[in-house]
Structures are given as structure tokens and as C-alpha cells.
Design a binder for this molecule. Structure first.
Ligand SMILES: [Zn+2]
Length: 221
């Protein structure tokens, strides 16, 4: 049976969102999608780009995978879902921005850090997470508390994905010409804080910090 939660959600959509967006849906159906922003995020159900960025239909071209990883360019006979989405977003839709969106408490990053046992016998996840190895290699554990180390690893994983974008020749050419801009971002699940990678300092810097402080600390009753 189709989940009741989804039927309820769809009913709410029909009552609330569709009347507001009806013209937009109609126009998008007629003229096709022209999103200017591609987001590469994690599958984590708490980190939905459309929710975080309050996106309307047609605004974001989103691909999500375990731990928001961009794999390196591998033009072989295997099926590469993320690379196909990247190719479509960049070459067909001609997006102007790519945002790699990492997040706090990422189960994929945590599993990698803890060398967790493979979750499945065929181990697609283990193989996928090996793509994080370069991020881990440049993130010394030192004497860091586990939570701090994971945050650093999550940040490094975003940077690693941005680096891997440059291994795709057509993407690299567009990035170098400035026709396409890549960004790293990080969402704090518990706090709702969004930070963006400053490429010069290498730090993730909170955006809209004042509004966040107001929203997060506002009395809830
Ligand atoms: Zn995650």
C-alpha cells in the first residue's frame, strides 16, 4: 500500500503549494526547466536542499548521494550516476553555479572515520566511501576530540568533491573561464546554521549569521 504519509503530504501540497505555484508549474512544463544552480548534496533525510534554500519548482537541479561526493572523472564503461547528472547540469542545462553541500553528523563520513563494517554484503557503500580517502589523508586526526575531527573531515570531504569537479575537463574549462562557479557549503543539522567555504582562507564561514542568531535563539513559545 502506498504510504499514508505520502498521500497526506500530497494532499497538503494540493491544498497549499499547488494553488500558489500552479502558473509556475504550467510555465515550466511548457518551456522546460532552466535552473541556474546545481546542488550536490547528501541523501540524508535531514538535509534537503529544497527545504534549506526555500526553493521553488524549477530553481534547483539537485543530485544527492551518500556523503555528497563528486567522484573523479572516469570515462569508462561503468555507469556513473553522479557524473551523468553533472554532465547534464553543466552541458545541457548550463547551470551557472554548483554547490557541494556537506552537513554535520553525516553518517557516511562517520562510518568512514570509524572504519565501520560494510553495511551490505555486496558493499556498494564501502566502495563509494573509499572516494573520501583523499579528504581523510589531508585531515590529520591529531589529538582532536571525535566530534571536531568529524567536522574537519566533513569539511575536507566538501573540498575533495570540489577538487574532483576539476577532473572533468569540460567542467574545469567552464570553471576556469568563470562561466561556472563552484561553491562549498555546510549545513549544521542541529543548529540550522549554513556556512560557506572561503576559498582563500579555507574556512567555512557562516552566512546570514545575524538572521540565524535571531531565528535560532528566538523564544519558541
Ligand atoms: Zn550525509
Amino acid at each position: 500500500m502506498f504510504p499514508t504519509r505520502l498521500i497526506d503530504g500530497y494532499t497538503a501540497f494540493l491544498n497549499e503549494r499547488l494553488p500558489v505555484e500552479q502558473t509556475r508549474f504550467h510555465d515550466l512544463a511548457e518551456t522546460g526547466q532552466h535552473p541556474e544552480i546545481m546542488v550536490i548534496g547528501c541523501c540524508d533525510s535531514r538535509v534537503s536542499p529544497e527545504v534549506i534554500f526555500d526553493a521553488r519548482p524549477g530553481e534547483l537541479f539537485v543530485v544527492r548521494n551518500i556523503a555528497n561526493i563528486v567522484p573523479p572523472y572516469q570515462p569508462d564503461a561503468h555507469a556513473h550516476g553522479v557524473s551523468a547528472a553533472l554532465e547534464f547540469g553543466v552541458l545541457a542545462l548550463k547551470v551557472k553555479h554548483i554547490v557541494v553541500l556537506g552537513h554535520a553528523r553525516c553518517g557516511g563520513v562517520q562510518a568512514f572515520a570509524q572504519n565501520a563494517e560494510p553495511l551490505t554484503p555486496s558493499d556498494f557503500i564501502g566502495n563509494w566511501m573509499k572516494l573520501m580517502a583523499p579528504a581523510a589523508a589531508r585531515t590529520p586526526r591529531g589529538g582532536l576530540p571525535a566530534g571536531d575531527y568529524l567536522t574537519r573531515l566533513e569539511h575536507a570531504n566538501v573540498v575533495n568533491s570540489l577538487d574532483n569537479l576539476m577532473t572533468f575537463p569540460r567542467v574545469a574549462a567552464l570553471l576556469e573561464s568563470g562561466a561556472l562557479v563552484a561553491h562549498g557549503a555546510y549545513f549544521g543539522v542541529a543548529t540550522g546554521e549554513l556556512s560557506v567555504l572561503d576559498r582563500i582562507s579555507g574556512a567555512f564561514v557562516p552566512v546570514a549569521a545575524e538572521q540565524h542568531a535571531k531565528a535560532f535563539h528566538a523564544p519558541r513559545f
